[in-house]
Design a protein. Structure first.
Length: 225
């Protein structure tokens, strides 16, 4: 593989939020960002797919049937990775090199869960694709906001009033990807933290802060939340 970033000097920290639909990733990413900023940490927050002008166009293609042509599963996987490559190269890598923290709503694990466990692509091949897109950009901590499929979909639909292209996929697709997330988290406990996302918003965010303090050093903060 091409060495996209031959000299890695990334001193920042990347924290990702992952999970099935409606787990509250966007809500918790916002709350965590506010919390870190209140501690004086320089934090950038963004989302996938998207986060760059090119990525936002890709997001529209992926979510809103913009091309009016059914996307084949391989195109879908490649588009998520294309958006990721653009975000890593233009936003995440420079921020990490500046020493900033990043709170990111979905990243590589989404591709493994949705396109791997969900659509049925080989997960190891998708890892190679992810690595091609990310170079050395790697999360230090990943919160898996776990929620039963039906409950998560109900929340997502209640919020937006309709289902987008991926939310409209059959329930067994969503069940496979949720199971996939849990399997990945069990295999990589040093990076993942599973959080029960069915709790009230404030309880979820308190648990996230507690985990944050046990896993990472927050500059200038003695561990009390
Ligand atoms: N995708 C993405 C792939 O297939 N492969 C990939 O590689 C990548 C990167 C992205 C879609 O693309 C797929 C996954 C997705 O289908 P999106 O619009 O970004 O689409 O959708 P999601 O990331 O799934 O985000 P959602 O907006 O659907 O859900 P969130 O972010 O988990 O939830 P949030 O915070 O927006 O909350 C949803 C609703 O629930 C409420 C909120 O107020 C809101 O109304 N809520 C709670 N209610 C009760 N209790 C709580 N604890 C709550 N937390 C939030």
């Amino acid at each position: 593989m091409l060495p996209i970033y031959p000299f890695c000097t990334m001193t920042g920290k990347l924290i990702t939020f992952e999970g099935p639909e409606g787990g509250g990733k966007s809500t918790q990413a916002r709350l965590l960002t506010e919390y870190l900023r209140s501690k004086g940490i320089r934090v950038l927050t963004t989302r996938e797919p998207g986060g760059t002008p090119t990525g936002e166009i890709i997001r529209d293609l992926l979510q809103n049937d913009l091309s009016k042509e059914p996307l084949c599963d391989a195109t879908e996987a490649l588009l998520f990775c294309a958006s990721r490559a653009q975000l890593c190269s233009h936003v995440l890598a420079p921020a990490l090199e500046r020493g900033d923290w990043i709170v990111l709503d979905r990243f590589t694990d989404s591709t493994l869960a949705y396109q791997g466990y969900g659509r049925g692509f080989d997960v190891e091949r998708l890892r190679v694709l992810n690595a091609f897109a990310t170079g050395p950009v790697t999360p230090v901590l990943t919160f898996l906001l776990d929620i039963p499929v039906q409950k998560g979909l109900e929340r997502a639909i209640a919020r937006s009033g309709n289902k987008d292209r991926i939310e409209s996929a059959p329930v067994d697709f969503h069940q496979r990807l949720r199971d996939g997330y849990l399997e990945m988290a069990r295999k990589e406990p040093g990076r993942f933290a599973i959080v029960n996302a069915t709790q009230p918003i404030e309880c979820v965010s308190a648990e996230i802060r507690r985990i944050l303090h046990t896993r990472l050093d927050i500059p200038g903060v003695v561990a009390s939340v």
